[in-house]
Each structure stands twice: as C-alpha cells, then as structure tokens.
Write a protein that binds this ligand. Structure first.
Ligand SMILES: CC(C)(COP(=O)(O)OP(=O)(O)OC[C@H]1O[C@@H](n2cnc3c(N)ncnc32)[C@H](O)[C@@H]1OP(=O)(O)O)[C@@H](O)C(=O)NCCC(=O)NCCS
Length: 170
C-alpha cells in the first residue's frame, strides 16, 4: 500500500480548523517564501485562515470545502466558491509539502470538479501566483487553460494572479 492509496477526501468540518491552519502555515511558507513578500504571506495566513473565518466559511451555501486525510491526519485542503451563481472558482488547494506528489492534490481536485459539476458550472476557474510555475504546470497537465489575469487583494496589499480555467463539458 502506497501513501497515495490511503488518502481520503471528505467535507471539511469545524473540528478540522486547527489542522487546516497548521497545513496552511507550513504550505504557504514552503510554496511562496521565495516568490511572494513575507508580509503578504502573513496577511493571508492571518486573514484568510483566521479561526472564526474558517469556521464561518462552512456555513456558506455557496462554498464547498474539503480536506484530504491520510490515516487520522489532515494533509491537505481545498475550497470552491460559487459566485455569481453558475460560476465556480477553486479558491485554495494546498497539500502539506511532505505529502506533495503522492496524489493528494489529484484527489482534492477530483472532489472540487465534482462539486463544480453538481453546481452545474461550465468551467472551474482558478487564480494562481504567476511565479508559482509548479502549480501552473500541474493545472495545465490536468486540462486547465490560460484565462487572463486578475489580482488578489488582501487588506492594503495586492498581487497579480494568472487565471486558468478547466472546461467542464456536460
Ligand atoms: C499543487 C498541489 C496542490 C498538487 O498536489 P500534489 O498532491 O502535490 O499533486 P499530485 O500528487 O496529485 O500530482 C502529482 C504531480 O504533481 C507534481 N508535483 C510534485 N510536487 C509538486 C509541487 N510542490 N507543486 C506542484 N506540483 C508538484 C508531480 O511532478 C506530479 O506531476 P504529474 O502532473 O506529472 O502527475 C500541491 O503540490 C501543492 O499544495 N503545492 C503547493 C501549494 C500550491 O501551489 N497550491 C496551488 C495554489 S493555486
């Protein structure tokens, strides 16, 4: 049995908050410390992964939130949001560095695509840090196509994003 075979994706629960925050801290630092200013990383970890915000997100009907579990351990998470109705965006997908490349991300993406299809979206959208070449290549190998640019605004800070879109034919 490989590590990848033991991964299980399920809906995120309030009781996962602490584990998701720990995965976020480790993964954001490892992924972006050479690509993005430290103060932007801190702002995202403080704002986007605030305990209350994470728990409140679970009450939003427009959001589907997942975690990937290996044994008892949460090793990754992903969220999709429908906004406006019919348009679904993958707002986060993160796998703890020591589990990357073992199929955890693929399992999370599979759940997100299924969620987007349940919401009858014609595509799954994502915005990626342009310097995050590994993630962009990962999305491209899974059928995502370039789809312009946008920006990620966190408080008074803003970063450009490369947009990608995965067509979901009916
Ligand atoms: C991108 C990410 C979600 C992919 O999940 P994963 O579990 O590592 O990927 P999988 O095991 O399902 O897929 C394996 C593939 O990922 C590649 N891979 C390994 N480590 C990777 C990494 N750190 N980043 C991107 N791709 C990686 C492998 O080369 C393999 O390539 P393949 O497409 O030829 O199969 C995950 O690597 C990650 O969390 N990266 C850092 C955070 C990030 O960039 N998130 C996306 C923000 S928009």
């Amino acid at each position: 049995v490989t590590r990848a075979e033991r991964v299980r994706v399920r809906e995120r629960r309030a009781s996962d908050t602490r584990a998701v925050r720990a995965v976020a801290r480790a993964t954001w630092r490892a992924t972006y410390e050479r690509l993005v200013p430290a103060r932007f990383i801190r702002a995202v970890l403080r704002g986007g992964y605030d305990r209350r915000r994470l728990a409140e997100g679970l009450l939003q009907a427009r959001r589907d939130a997942f975690v990937a579990q290996c044994g008892d351990e949460v090793v990754g998470y992903a969220d999709v949001i429908e906004e406006p109705p019919g348009r679904v965006e993958l707002t986060r997908i993160y796998v703890r560095p020591d589990r990357q490349g073992t199929g955890v991300g693929a399992a999370l993406l599979h759940a997100c695509v299924a969620a987007a299809r349940r919401r009858r979206a014609v595509a799954l959208e994502v915005g990626v840090e342009p310097a995050n070449e590994r993630a962009i290549a990962w999305y491209r190998r899974r059928g995502f196509l370039p789809n312009g640019t946008s920006s990620l605004v966190v408080g008074s800070q803003s970063r450009p994003l490369s947009r990608l879109s995965l067509p979901l034919p009916v």
